[in-house]
Design a protein around this ligand. Structure first.
Ligand code: CDP
Ligand code: CDP
Length: 224
């Protein structure tokens, strides 16, 4: 039995998980786990070290030896800051390709659970509520229409100085949703006890308030 509370926020790409998770964590003074960043770091490392995306054994070995650190919102691979590099769409697509392997997922479990520390953790990804933290006190599944998500990702990529094209983004998003949802290992799906939140027409602040309110309600009802 684990006392340290976890808020699990899962959902498809560009549904707002990362943004909402970071703001909820800041409001509650909780730690933050961006699990997608771990898959992106593994993806980047596989390119660097020339490991093929279908070689599940070599990928798992690579992940076990991965030398990564997170501090103040930065992600380092082998001591080099790669925070912006891992945000490229190619890295996200490769992350999705290597994330289908159960060997790769298993190699990342302990690293993810190690983020659970007092006073609490907000974790975002695809399987936070279903696999990594099944005892999370609150599980939220964020959704938004594919058009809203493509438009958000487009704006975000341009702001970060990447080039982006709406048609390519829509195609890639659909492809990634399809692969993430239909894989055998930890597919993207809401936990049975997850609260669904469609953010298509919500501002970031509205989404954050809803999650914080659900959390407070849950804590109150657990006390009774
Ligand atoms: O930001 P975005 O939602 O596009 O992706 P991300 O959360 O950074 O994750 C990149 C890819 O890693 C996803 O498309 C998933 O295939 C994989 N992933 C996963 O399988 N499980 C997680 N908990 C997090 C990410
Ligand atoms: O982590 P994930 O891929 O799910 O998405 P994100 O990177 O947090 O959000 C994608 C973009 O959508 C960001 O630029 C957010 O600022 C934006 N966003 C929004 O416009 N409205 C929301 N309700 C949530 C996110």
């Amino acid at each position: 039995f684990h006392q340290t509370p976890v808020i699990a926020i899962d959902g498809p790409t560009a549904s707002g998980k990362g943004t909402v998770a970071a703001l909820v964590a800041a409001q509650l003074g909780f730690h933050l786990l961006d699990s997608g960043a771990l898959y992106r770091l593994a993806a980047l490392a596989s390119v660097r070290y020339g490991v093929a995306p279908d070689d599940d054994q070599a990928l798992a070995a690579l992940v076990n030896d991965l030398h990564i650190t997170f501090w103040e919102g930065c992600a380092e691979l082998d001591g080099v800051d790669v925070s912006s590099e891992i945000r490229a769409e190619e890295v996200g697509n490769r992350a999705s390709a290597i994330a289908v392997h159960q060997t790769v997922r298993a190699a990342l479990v302990a690293r993810q659970r190690a983020f659970r520390k007092e006073p609490g953790l907000v974790a975002d990804g695809r399987d936070m509520g279903t696999v990594i933290f099944p005892d999370a006190v609150l599980k939220v599944f964020l959704t938004a229409s594919v058009e809203a998500r493509a438009a958000r990702r487009h704006k975000q990529l341009i702001q970060k100085g990447f080039s982006a094209n709406m048609d390519d983004l829509l195609r890639d998003l659909r492809e990634r949703d399809e692969r993430d949802s239909n894989r055998a290992a930890a597919p993207l799906k809401p936990a049975a006890d997850a609260k669904l939140l469609d953010t298509s027409a919500l501002s970031i602040d509205q989404a954050v308030d809803q999650v914080v309110n659900w959390y407070r309600e849950r804590i109150e009802s657990n006390k009774q």
